[in-house]
Design a protein around this ligand. Sequence first.
Ligand SMILES: Nc1ncnc2c1ncn2[C@@H]1O[C@H](COP(=O)(O)OP(=O)(O)OP(=O)(O)O)[C@@H](O)[C@H]1O
Ligand SMILES: O=C(O)C1=C[C@@H](O)[C@@H](O)[C@H](O)C1
Ligand SMILES: [Mg+2]
Length: 196
Amino acid sequence: MSEPLLTVADSLKDRARAALGSRNLILVGLMGAGKSAVGRIVASQLAIPFVDSDLEIERVSRMTIPELFAAYGEEEFRALETRVMKRLLKSGPRVVSTGGGAFINERTRKHIKKGGLSVWLKADLDVLWERVNKRDTRPLLKTENPKQTLENLMNARYPIYAQADITVLSRDVRKEIMADEVLKAMIEAQKESAAS
Ligand SMILES: Nc1ncnc2c1ncn2[C@@H]1O[C@H](COP(=O)(O)OP(=O)(O)OP(=O)(O)O)[C@@H](O)[C@H]1O
Ligand SMILES: O=C(O)C1=C[C@@H](O)[C@@H](O)[C@H](O)C1
Ligand SMILES: [Mg+2]
């Protein structure tokens, strides 16, 4: 009896999984880009563990992120984020969705660069705003004009996110489609590095 043919979707997952090897896949980008939502789907497609650094920080500190910011300030939060990220990236493969500021912090960025393949989910202001304005759980956006703050963060941070290994445009399409785009970009990046 002949083997069943692989479907296109299966081969996409298998090829992306092979491209990753034992490295971690680390999603970076601004609040609302879809790191948590898309990362979870990508991990399930690749059949590897998923971890969200914001949730892990909340788990180990037994505090929410707004509580951490209020009690200790951003600097302490960043120090905790660096420690958590270093630990999460020690062994792979896994998909790690980061908090929006993780890749911006120099020490955390070093761990991410060393810890695997980084993917920037890059979105425009309107897409981000549409997603983040529904909840007020992000301390950095508790300002008089949060949309302007988001735009300022984009201007300051986009040149740094651009250092990620791969950039995927986070558009206003279903999360599953975005997850497939991440898998395709992983395969393309592997082809390019094999050719160079
Ligand atoms: N492609 C998408 N289509 C529709 N909704 C999306 C998409 N991606 C994300 N969302 C929704 O937008 C909101 C923000 O997404 P998510 O929490 O994944 O962002 P994030 O990049 O992890 O942000 P943060 O840095 O704050 O953790 C969520 O409610 C999520 O379900
Ligand atoms: O963009 C940021 O700096 C942040 C994003 C969130 O994921 C959280 O990590 C926190 O609210 C800070
Ligand atoms: Mg998130």
